[in-house]
Design a protein around this ligand. Structure first.
Ligand code: ADP
Ligand code: MG
Length: 332
């Protein structure tokens, strides 16, 4: 791209913050950072492609926010502290208005978490954003998907289902005027809050964790598979917003099914032993965050998602056939 260097200076050097552990930032062939002693680096990458993860016409502020938020959520899920980010941008043209909006969303969130942009790449092509976030964590303390133990409580943070409802709203282009409720749900689809601080505090109390990007059921399946366990979920315990209930006209079952399959929630699902309940509660009160216990880990070898997750309500088994979340298709 002919104006690549101007663009980098104008948008990605200004607006950035500086961290003391960055020895060399944007401008050379590589960035150089210093990792604190006895720490490991947690690294995650996510791509957001226009037409698959967001509409090309979407507000660039929300795209910049969401692109970084999804990566920060992965770092949170390991219990790590995010520190550095790289940004690979593919743009059809050097659209300054779009870049202004994107940077507003991106740097707004980066600043909240004291994360420095340390490099990236800028090329021409169909709109796509690839972000790599790195974080630090004391050696050997990362929360993985592997450690769930029999009898563990299964927790989720925040509320579930709003993201899927918001996506439904924003894809419904036949509707010209949206209600306040629909606008709110659409907003929740784009603006999840990565549970970075909460996860670092909960880390010593948990056995396993991940973030919900493909739907609770399907993501919980990853914990169960890697831990070789089963789970029992009480669907009446799923945290559902008043807004979602309103959106589905009070149909609780529909809300629960949405909560189980809604993707791009960027909430955490984690397991922890019963004896840590009180300590976990104290942390959530301190940070003013909500967590819900939605079920427990059952000591049985994992076979497949359908037979290894038992859904219940009032001690009655449910035979809901649920599939995971699908990003919308590229022809949209
Ligand atoms: P190279 O060709 O050696 O990979 P570039 O010319 O692509 O370097 O980039 C020059 C500098 O600008 C590098 O330090 C690179 O990390 C940084 N950079 C390029 N694009 C971006 C971007 N979108 N965000 C942040 N830094 C970027
Ligand atoms: Mg380059």
């Amino acid at each position: 791209m002919s104006s690549e260097f101007n663009l980098i200076d104008k948008f990605f050097v200004h607006g950035n913050l500086t961290r003391e552990d960055v020895d060399l930032g944007i401008g050379d062939d590589c960035a150089l950072v210093t990792v604190p002693e006895n720490h490991q680096v947690a690294i995650t990458t996510d791509t957001l492609a226009a037409g698959t993860h967001f509409l090309a016409t979407a507000n660039p502020i929300s795209v910049g926010y969401k692109a970084l938020a999804s990566n920060l959520s992965d770092i949170a899920a390991m219990g790590a502290k995010p520190t550095w980010v790289s940004l690979a941008l593919t743009l059809p043209k050097p659209d300054e208005e779009w870049l202004n909006g994107f940077c507003k969303g991106f740097f707004g969130l980066a600043k909240q978490h004291h994360v420095q942009l340390i490099g990236g790449d800028t090329t021409k092509g169909p709109l796509s954003i690839t972000i790599t976030v790195q974080g630090i964590i004391p050696k050997g303390e990362a929360l993985t998907r592997k450690g769930a133990q029999a009898g563990d409580d299964i927790y989720v943070t925040g509320l579930l289902g709003d993201s899927a409802a918001g996506l439904e709203v924003l894809l419904n282009t036949s509707k010209q005027i949206k209600t306040d409720l629909e606008i709110e749900l659409e907003h929740r689809h784009y603006y999840s809050t990565p549970k970075v601080e909460l996860a670092q505090r909960l880390r010593p109390l948990c056995h396993s964790a991940l973030d919900i990007s493909d739907g609770l059921i399907s993501d919980l399946g990853h914990i169960l598979k890697q831990s070789d366990m089963n789970a029992c979920i009480d669907v009446s315990k799923l945290p559902i917003s008043d807004e979602l209930m309103k959106y589905y006209s009070g149909n609780r079952e529909q809300c629960q099914k949405t909560a189980l399959t809604s993707g791009e929630e960027y909430e955490l699902c984690f397991t922890a032993p019963k004896e840590n309940r009180e300590a976990i509660k104290q942390i959530t009160i301190l940070l003013n965050q909500n967590v819900s216990i939605i079920g427990k880990v059952v000591d049985k070898p994992f076979t497949n998602l359908q037979s290894s997750v038992q859904l219940m309500v009032n001690n009655i088994m449910l035979d809901w056939q649920l599939c995971g979340y699908d990003h919308f298709r590229s022809e949209i």
